[in-house]
Design a protein around this ligand. Structure first.
Ligand SMILES: NC(=O)c1ccc[n+]([C@@H]2O[C@H](COP(=O)([O-])OP(=O)(O)OC[C@H]3O[C@@H](n4cnc5c(N)ncnc54)[C@H](OP(=O)(O)O)[C@@H]3O)[C@@H](O)[C@H]2O)c1
Length: 267
């Protein structure tokens, strides 16, 4: 999976969405993150077709919502996603949020079937806590590839990261810029000035410099889209990594929906 993906949640101007996705692909993004819930699958499909980049050079992730956790609903939701995207398969299919009303084994069975049927090349989960990751790995008939979670410089996620590493799952960070909150941080700003980079680049570099960690930022400006991918010709020192890591004690979670959130691990 390419380490930087383009996030496609909450496009305020639908007419511009396809243009932004095409621009991301033309700028070099080869990983696009969408979901049934975002309403962006159609634009992602149109963007891919307009870009002219071959399907097999792209990594497309989509997700099935917690309302579709029962096996039949899950399969129908994936069918709708593929039709809306105009694709035969996705590279990664995720359970978007845990659903305590449906046995996890049932949803994971449907997820694994999608992989066996060739509709998803890889499978994974999102917003899973340590306990849920442990259970999912124990129960899922096929290997899980990633847990997509909120992780950024203002949120400590050591416990979930350790659980994912223990089970061989990568971590994909959503809201990697804490929806913009980390961008005015003076420590990040100071380190950005040293490297001649922007705060966004340093905040993203801090994440992708950690083992097994990928990011899916979302930007609506062409320049920012390019900037967020341009992370691979500088490196943060160990002490810079630690200084930014210390900011996690702020413990700010920007995505915490009351009706969906599991009992988050703290620390
Ligand atoms: N699995 C889940 O439950 C879940 C939940 C939330 C999000 N996600 C995924 O994660 C993706 C990203 O998360 P997010 O959109 O919530 O938050 P985010 O990527 O942390 O932050 C987006 C904000 O950062 C700004 N930004 C991005 N690049 C910038 C740059 N280079 N310079 C200055 N500002 C910059 C954007 O500004 P503008 O937009 O104004 O350009 C936007 O306000 C989503 O699109 C979605 O794909 C998944």
């Amino acid at each position: 999976m390419p380490v930087v993906g383009y996030g496609t949640m909450l496009f305020p101007e639908p007419d511009r969405a396809v243009e932004l996705i095409v621009h991301a692909i033309e700028s070099g993004y080869r990983h696009i993150d969408t979901a049934r819930k975002y309403g962006s699958e159609q634009w992602v499909g149109e963007g891919i077709r307009s870009s002219g980049v071959a399907r097999d050079e792209l990594w497309v992730t989509t997700k099935v919502t917690e309302e579709n956790a029962q096996a039949d609903d899950f399969a129908r939701s994936l069918d709708t996603s593929l039709t809306t995207l105009g694709l035969d398969y996705v590279d990664l299919l995720l359970i978007h949020w845990p659903q305590p009303q449906v046995p996890l084994a049932e949803t994971l069975g449907a997820l694994a079937k999608a992989k066996r049927d060739g509709l998803a090349r890889n499978i994974g989960v999102s917003n899973f806590t340590v306990a849920l990751v442990d259970e999912a790995v124990a129960v899922c008939p096929e290997p899980l590839f990633t847990n997509q979670i909120e992780y950024h410089a203002y949120l400590r996620q050591d416990k979930v990261l350790a659980a994912c590493a223990r089970h061989g799952l990568t971590v994909t960070c959503y809201a990697p810029l804490a929806r913009g909150r980390v961008l005015d941080d003076p420590v990040i700003g100071e380190i950005a000035a040293i490297h001649g980079r922007t705060s966004a680049q340093v905040a993203l570099r801090w994440l992708v410099q950690q083992p097994g960690v990928a990011v899916v930022p979302r930007a609506l400006e062409f320049g920012e889209i390019e900037e967020d991918l341009d992370l691979f010709d500088f490196q943060l020192s160990e002490s810079e990594m630690d200084r930014i890591g210390g900011l996690r004690d702020k413990n700010i979670r920007v995505v915490d929906p009351e009706l969906r959130r599991p009992r988050w691990d703290v620390g």
